[in-house]
Write a new protein. Structure first.
Length: 126
């Protein structure tokens, strides 16, 4: 079973709850990365849920867009702490470039690359 790690509610209107969940302490490396990304690379989305669990076969992470302005990120729980952070960085970039429409998880084009670079710099500097 997946644990909801953290979510941020930027505007009203999403069905899922916002805020930092109690079990976030179980994954401090993801919690700290999440907090930095929210501050340094804020999404326009109303809600971003981050879950550590099972994103699916052969995936380190996945981003879905279940409702307009709402995104779910799932990060593989068996990854090393640094890899969980990098995966969150990768998936956060998908949120940043996909806020205008459905998430295309195969889209790693130039806009995604710029967004990923911004997220990477926010987490690890130049």
């Amino acid at each position: 079973m997946s644990k909801i790690l953290a979510s941020i509610l930027l505007l009203a209107g999403c069905a899922a709850p916002g805020g930092l969940h109690q079990d976030a302490d179980a994954f401090p490396e993801v919690t700290s990365a999440f907090q930095i990304l929210v501050q340094e690379c804020p999404p326009k989305a109303r809600l971003v849920n981050v879950t550590v669990g099972d994103p699916g076969p052969f995936l380190r992470g996945v981003t879905t867009n279940p409702a307009p302005g709402c995104f779910d990120i799932i990060i593989e729980s068996s990854l090393e702490p640094w890899s969980k952070q990098e995966t969150l960085c990768h998936e956060w970039a998908h949120v940043l470039v996909s806020e205008a429409g459905p998430v295309n998880c195969d889209d790693h084009g130039p806009l995604w690359g710029v967004a990923y670079a911004e997220c990477y710099r926010a987490l690890w500097g130049d």
